[in-house]
Design a protein around this ligand. Sequence first.
Ligand code: C2E
Ligand code: CA
Ligand code: CA
Length: 524
Amino acid sequence: MLRVGAVTACVGIFLAGADFAVTALIGNQTARQLGELSSVALRRSEAAIDSAGVILNRLAIAGGMDCGENALQALRLHVYQGTIIKDIRTVDRDGSVACAAYPETLEFDNGWARRDQMFTSADGQLRLFQVEQFTGAAFGVLRDIDAQRSLAAILRIDGNLLDVMPVGLRAESHVTLTLPDGEQVAGYHPDASAKPPAQTLAFSTTSDRYPLQATIHVRPQSLSARHDMAYLLTMLAAGMLGGVFGLLLASYLNRPVDPVAELDRALAGNEFKPYLQPIFSLRTGDVVGCEMLARWEKPDGRLVPPMSFIPLAESSGRIEKLTWQLLSTALRELQPEMRRDKLFKLSVNITPRHLLGDSFIDDLRQVVASSSVSTRQVVLEVTEREELPDLDKATDVVKQLGEFGFRVALDDVGIGHSGLSYIQRLGARTLKIDKFFVDAITRDQSAVVVVQMLVALARELDMSLVAEGIEHQAQVDALIACGVEEGQGYLVSPPLSLPRFKQFLEVRHAVTGAAQIKQPELAA
Ligand code: C2E
Ligand code: CA
Ligand code: CA
């Protein structure tokens, strides 16, 4: 799933990036090429004007342009020999046409520019103007013969612009040649009557010899590189690269995480939370305290049970920080309730390694002192499941703890390997009877015998007893019959988060004389 997601995301990102880069690159290149093509169009037009200028020059210098038959024949000869000159006319200074090589072409004219509407070439020799004809605009080039008369050549140079554009773009583009007033004097588009569409990109070159500008108009879509072979190949390569990158990313994300680093991150992020399970009087149902049980609230909402991280926290040396973090939070939050009910006790599980650590007592005293809760209200549960590595030292620590007011409880009693002398030596003040015996007490007489024996031992040593894992009223009755006074279990409540535990206490407080042990609203 992760692999598919990473590959899909990477292919998508690589394709989008490649599309952007290739489109920009090919688009820029095409724009530069179109700029060059507009200067090709201009150079061709300049060459056409040059050749018309040479002919007009030759005729003017030869003289005899008097509209006589010889003069007209000379004009016709030049028109006949040329390809782009369609007519040559003699024009008076007032602008009227005196005579034309082919007078019938005058019928095609719609208008004739006045001298002051013409544009002069850089060398001052020629004047350029638009000749409006009903077949479209033609291009006029005028040269003065003397102070009264001039010669004007009518050119059609649209054909010169025909093959400027590459075949692929020809149908999508317009090539135009314009005078400084914007009037078009030549142009090429497959559909001769079509004007350049409004939404176009224009690439222009202006002549420094003639008052002319050549412009290529193309639709932006025509510049799109998407149908290009180079584009397709690049996209294919980008897609493949994205796929490979995605697989690498997926294997990186899938790498096994370092569990100790995870613990440190969770500790820094305060993801471990104290959950509290009430300890109650079996006879009255009164809550006399609670046991703090760790939970890992993962950012994704998962709740991880303590057996999945406590052993690692212990072996990696994180158990101390974890325990103090949870205990400070629990004491801070429960301080009002614990100060109100001085008999309420908070039990905390302590691993053997932590208990025997150098600074355990000092650290514990500091944490409890900063919460203004009495040390007499804090119980330290030490499990009997594993043997304490150094019983002498443990006995000494338990003794010192007692001197400071703390109580020590021996957890999971009955299933460990310790005998009666061990229980006696350690100096614990409470025994917690393991759930194993509570489960069996209603159906197995030997469990009843073990519990009765533990009750007798507790009385002998002046210890209190708590039975764990009570799920049924019948177990409560059997435990009372054996002489056990306190217990905990799902019958009353599972371990609760701090806010829910405080709420539990409030509700419990309101139900006075709690004849019924079970807490209907909050029990699991
Ligand atoms: P434990 O100290 O023996 O805690 C009692 C366990 O029994 C808890 O499991 C509790 O949720 C569960 N329990 C209580 N009542 C019932 C019941 O009626 N039925 C059933 N089926 N279970 C019940 P939890 O919270 O999963 O804790 C497991 C163990 O993890 C604890 O056993 C304790 O040894 C350890 N642990 C929990 N929190 C801490 C901690 O903060 N520090 C240390 N060092 N160990 C912790
Ligand atoms: Ca415990
Ligand atoms: Ca236990």
